[in-house]
Design a protein around this ligand. Structure first.
Ligand SMILES: [Zn+2]
Length: 118
């Protein structure tokens, strides 16, 4: 397989995963999505990292740490609103402006919780 074939395959796989995740998120319970958030984030980072390695191997040495960093930031900053059942990035600037605090839901204003409760 050539490099162009991997690029085409990457976008096909990424599109299929996006559609599958959208359907999945509509079908499963909020608590199940909440429990599986960490697994899905790490799995998507691995899939993207694998394809980046196949497409551009020398440059992937530079790209993979950034993919890992983005996955880590997603795990660290994503919070949930139990009231309206949304996943929210806690560094959302608009939320800070609208509600005055960064730990409030943008939609309903209630307190946000960590994805995985302690
Ligand atoms: Zn809310």
């Amino acid at each position: 397989m050539g490099k162009d074939d991997f690029v085409t395959l990457y976008f096909i796989v990424l599109g299929l995963i996006a559609v599958a995740y959208f359907v999945y998120s509509l079908m499963v319970e909020f608590e199940t999505r909440r429990r599986q958030h960490k697994t899905i984030t790490i799995l998507s980072a691995v899939i993207i990292g694998t394809f980046m390695s196949l497409i551009a191997l020398p440059a992937a040495v530079l790209i993979i740490p950034f993919i890992a960093l983005i996955a880590f930031q997603n795990l660290r900053h994503t919070k949930v609103c139990v009231n309206c059942r949304k996943f929210i990035q806690s560094y959302n600037l608009r939320s800070m402006i609208v509600h005055g605090a960064k730990n409030k839901c943008l939609k309903c204003g209630s307190e946000l919780e960590k994805v995985i409760p302690e």
